[in-house]
Write a protein that binds this ligand. Structure first.
Ligand SMILES: CC(C)(COP(=O)(O)OP(=O)(O)OC[C@H]1O[C@@H](n2cnc3c(N)ncnc32)[C@H](O)[C@@H]1OP(=O)(O)O)[C@@H](O)C(=O)NCCC(=O)NCCS
Length: 257
């Protein structure tokens, strides 16, 4: 590097430091404004009685649209403003929910092909416990590929449990003549044992068409928790089938009203 390069480099360094000092100054103003926004968000939170009022998509859209308009007026990049706002709003929603002590009740809804990615992640996490029971890390639910799952979801019905923005449970079902075949009942490991599996099973059964007279499902003979759940819900063992040495499938059936 010659002297001129060094001088330019030093000039560039000091200019950058000046610019960074300005950014730091603006950041301080921004955080002050965010702190003031928090005061008003907390005040609004106290006026909301239910979690859905906190998570209000229409209001979010209204706020974002207004922020984009202000950005346009000020010559700022509206996309950057929108993304910043959406992140900030999401953080404030979490703050409001926590402040109110709301535990968002899971919602059961129809499973669609668009859920495939999340379902795959969920089942890989949930079926790890089954893999341990059977000492087999290549259970079908663990090795299923995304294209295969997409194809499966295109040809079956299903339900999902959603909690806030997160998919926390799923079940698939296919009606064949008078039988509803239920499979891949799955609940996120951190939310098991609070009734989600039971609720998903009930949703699958309730959605059976008029020609269906019974629901059928199966689980492995060592899956004691699954067997308890199914028997508690009225499923009765129908037959056993040896899948491979050490693994027997227990087929269960329940009459539907
Ligand atoms: C099987 C599976 C879906 C069950 O989901 P889940 O949400 O834990 O099921 P539930 O919460 O309805 O029931 C599980 C237990 O919680 C209990 N429970 C349910 N609601 C409860 C509540 N409000 N308070 C306390 N306990 C509750 C149930 O009585 C049951 O207890 P038990 O295991 O002693 O019999 C879940 O364990 C899972 O994803 N497993 C891995 C994948 C798998 O094996 N799927 C089945 C393939 S056949």
């Amino acid at each position: 590097m010659n002297d001129a390069d060094v001088a330019m480099s030093n000039a560039g360094e000091s200019a950058l430091q000046e610019v960074r000092a300005e950014i730091d100054r603006v950041d301080r103003q921004l955080v002050q404004e965010i702190a003031e926004r928090e005061i008003w968000v907390r005040a609004a939170g106290k006026l909301k009685a239910m979690a859905p009022a906190v998570r209000d998509p229409d209001r979010v859209q209204q706020v974002v649209t207004r922020a984009r308009q202000i950005a346009a007026e000020l010559g700022a990049d509206a996309d950057v403003v929108e993304r910043t706002y959406r992140s900030m709003i999401a953080a404030f929603i979490d703050l409001e929910l926590g402040q109110q002590g709301f535990i968002e009740a899971p919602v059961i809804a129809a499973l669609t092909v668009a859920d495939a990615g999340e379902v795959l992640t969920l089942q890989r996490a949930a079926y790890a416990s089954e893999a341990q029971i059977y000492g087999d890390p290549s259970l079908p639910a663990l090795v299923q590929t995304l294209p295969d799952l997409i194809a499966e979801l295109s040809n079956c019905s299903g339900h999902k449990a959603i909690r806030g923005p997160r998919l926390v449970g799923a079940v698939r079902s296919v009606a064949d003549r008078d039988t509803l075949h239920i499979g891949r009942l799955t609940v996120a490991p951190d939310l098991q044992g609070i009734g989600l599996g039971t609720a998903l099973l009930a949703a699958a059964e309730a959605d059976a068409g008029p020609d269906v007279t019974s629901a059928a499902l199966f689980t492995g003979h060592l899956s004691a928790g699954n067997l308890r759940l199914y028997q508690r819900q009225g499923y009765v063992e129908e037959r056993r089938e040896e899948l491979k040495p050490g693994v027997t499938l227990v087929h269960l059936r329940k009459p539907l009203p």
